[in-house]
Design a protein around this ligand. Structure first.
Ligand code: NAD
Length: 483
């Protein structure tokens, strides 16, 4: 077992780990200081097909494995993740630049997810159905869909994977995983843990590479389900690819989530909630509360408090406990974010905090972006409509509940939203009107293994976490018997 920042970067195909061929490999580097962390294979089409074959071959045995045994293996995997949580967290921090305290929490959350779904495999059941004819008997069984392709983004690799892998295994599916080429290391680390846990060869396969590898995987007609987390554009490409083979797809895509603060809110809670909502993980989360909607009576004062908090955020080494914001995940990601900021300024948005890169020479080698706040942004402006996926907040003012809901719902996304109010009735009223898969009240970013998560509109469809998630990996068989 490796310790520290380096892991075995070989893929996992049917229990074997083919060597990384340098000529067909991708360099993985750290956004903290640009150092090379290793090279991963750029999988060939043949290797992708081999991984699907390995998963298809293993499916026959895995679906017959008792629910109790599947649960035992999943609990063992969770134990191993908990045992190595510190090491895994450090690996993910070096890979995508997130704060170590965030990746520590995510490692524990991933383990918690495996435990939650380990409670389900022996509780999957169908029903008996009375028919009109007395001498007939009808029942259903819930069966795993087969081989599931699990494709993840770079921003929270181990947590995003747990959201998919845990329910897939619980359902009795075998899987082919493809992590993002930008942050694949903790997923590859899992290859060591699944072997140690004792999962049968071929149940869990991991391939690496970029878009081409993803395309080779999603066009394989032997799949029973594709579960994807990433951008809208790639989600559309995957849905298109899956159409030909009629493979069902689960899509967890982007967001432009509204954090709505009413004038009856407890501002001492709402201000830190709004700040964490956008700046946690550098805004590089699908649920980032990137639009702050504030009642006009308190707008200026409250947004100034948020901007002041943004100015005070300590940027630095994500492994340092004093750091509040690490680098964004890559140089190209930083350029993309700064381009958004530049266009917003050019369009006349009022800059209240940040807006560039920090001038601290100690941070020059890393991909840092200042926490940025724009005030009174036009709700139809690009900054209010497009996902920045960085530490950039746009504020809007509203006059009443109806206007707040109208602004909140006026994007093509519908992932998450926050409501800050001390009125119980208002909280329920507004929650009912918001077009979003998740509504938080007097909190933001609160994730629970038990609570279903997913989007509406262009944020995707299907649910992860919660008992709903296992449904994505099950299908119903009906058995009708003429007695
Ligand atoms: P991305 O779409 O660029 O890549 C995601 C994954 O898809 C990677 O593994 C990539 O290699 C693969 N891929 C790329 N092109 C492909 C293709 N044509 N066919 C198959 N696979 C392909 O996304 P990203 O930049 O890694 O992640 C950022 C995006 O992810 C943001 O939009 C963010 O909102 C979204 N996201 C959503 C959630 C959620 O749960 N809703 C969570 C995290 C991130």
């Amino acid at each position: 077992m490796t310790k520290g920042n380096v892991t075995d970067t070989r893929m996992l195909i049917g229990g074997t780990r083919p060597p990384v061929d340098d000529a067909a490999s991708i360099m993985v580097s750290s956004p903290i200081d640009g150092t090379e962390l290793g090279r991963i294979a750029d999988a060939t089409d043949e290797q992708v097909a081999d991984a699907v074959t390995a998963a298809a071959d293993a499916f026959a045995g895995w679906r017959r494995t008792s629910g109790a045994e599947r649960a035992r293996l999943m609990h063992t995997l969770a134990d191993l993740i908990d045992r190595d949580a510190e090491d895994i967290a450090r690996l993910e921090t070096s890979d995508n630049g997130k704060l170590l305290r965030e990746t520590r929490t995510q490692a524990r959350f991933a383990a918690r997810n495996y435990r939650f779904f380990a409670g389900l495999p022996d509780k999957i059941s169908g029903r008996t159905i009375p028919l009109d004819a007395w001498d007939s008997f009808d029942y259903t069984t819930r069966e795993p869909v087969g081989v599931a392709a699990l494709i993840t983004a770079w921003n929270s690799p181990m947590q995003l994977l747990a959201n998919k892998l845990a329910p897939a295994l619980a359902a009795g599916c075998t899987v082919v995983i493809k992590p993002s080429e930008l942050a694949p290391l903790t997923t590859l680390r899992l290859a060591e843990l699944v072997a140690e846990a004792g999962f049968p060869d071929g149940v869990i396969n991991i391939i690496t590479g970029g878009a081409e590898t993803g395309m080779a995987l999603t066009t394989d007609a032997r799949l029973g389900r594709i579960s994807f987390t990433g951008s809208v554009r790639t989600g559309q490409a995957i849905q298109h690819a899956a159409t030909a083979a009629l493979v069902p797809v689960t899509l967890e895509l982007g967001g432009k989530s509204a954090n709505i603060i009413f004038d009856d809110a407890d501002v001492e809670r709402a201000v830190p909630g709004a700040v964490a909502g956008i700046f946690a993980a550098g805004g590089q989360t699908c649920i980032a509360g990137s639009r702050l909607l504030v009642h006009e009576r308190i707008h200026d004062q409250l947004v100034e408090r948020v901007a002041e908090a943004a100015r005070r955020i300590v940027l630095g080494d994500p492994t340092d406990d004093a750091t509040q914001l690490g680098p964004v995940a890559s140089a190209s990601q930083r350029e993309r974010i700064l381009d958004h900021v530049g266009r917003a300024r050019a369009a006349g948005a009022r800059l209240l905090a940040g807006g560039g890169v920090p001038d601290d020479p100690a941070l020059a080698a890393g991909c840092f972006v200042q926490p940025t706040v724009f005030g009174d942004v036009d709700p139809h402006a690009e900054l209010a409509q497009q996902e920045v996926f960085g530490p950039v907040l746009a504020s809007h003012r509203f006059a009443d509940e109806d206007e707040a809901v109208a602004i909140a719902n006026a994007t093509e996304f519908g992932l998450a939203s926050g409501i800050w109010t001390t009125s119980l009735s208002r909280a329920h009223r507004v929650a009912r009107e918001l077009a979003a898969g998740t509504v938080w009240v007097n909190t933001y970013r609160y994730s629970a293994a038990q609570a279903p998560f997913g989007g509406v509109k262009k944020s995707g469809y299907g649910r992860e976490r919660g008992v709903e998630a296992i449904e994505e990996y099950l299908q119903t068989k009906n058995v009708l018997i003429d007695l």
